[in-house]
Design a protein. Sequence first.
Length: 184
Amino acid sequence: MAIVCLQSTVILGGVAGEAMQAGRAVVLQSGSLLPTAQLAPANARNVFIVAVPPDPFSRPTPLSMFQYRPYALGIANAHPNANTQFHPTFATPRVIDNETYVLMSPSLVPNFTIPANWRVQLHRGGAYLIPSGAFVDSPSIRQRGATVAVTTSGRFTYSTTNVVGTVIDVQSDGIVILLDAVQG
C-alpha cells in the first residue's frame, strides 16, 4: 500500500490500465470517462503515485465491486436511454456463484497488486511512503535528501537527472518520497 504522509496537492481518480503494485509511478492516458493509469516508462517526468482508494463497503466484499465497468460500455449510443435497458434505474441485484470476496480493504494491504480495470487514486504534490518493490533499493536511495527518478515499470531509483522527487525519510518497510507537484 502507498501511504499518503503529507497531503497531496493533486488527486485524480482513474482506472488501472494494467496490473500494478500500489505505490508505483504511473502516467496517464485518456480513457472513456476516467484517465487510464499505465506504469511509467524509464525517465518519465509527468508522473503520479497510484493508490487504492479507501472504500465504504461492508465486509466481506466481492472483488468485482472494485472494478470500473461503466454501465453503457460497448453501447454505440452511450447516452442513458430507457430503450437500451442500460440505465442505472434498470439495475437489479444478481447472485453470482464462485465470487471471490475480501475481508479487508485492499487499500490497507501491504504491497498490494492492483488488478487491471480497478478504480484507483492518482496522487502527486505530497509525501508518500513507497513500499519495497516499488523502488530500486540501494544505499544511495536510502539517504534523506536523495533525489529520485523513474526507472522501468514505474519503479523509483536514485538519480540526479530526470528528478521527480526527494527522499525525506527512510523506514524499514520503504522510503518516504516528496513527489514534485509540477513536473516535466
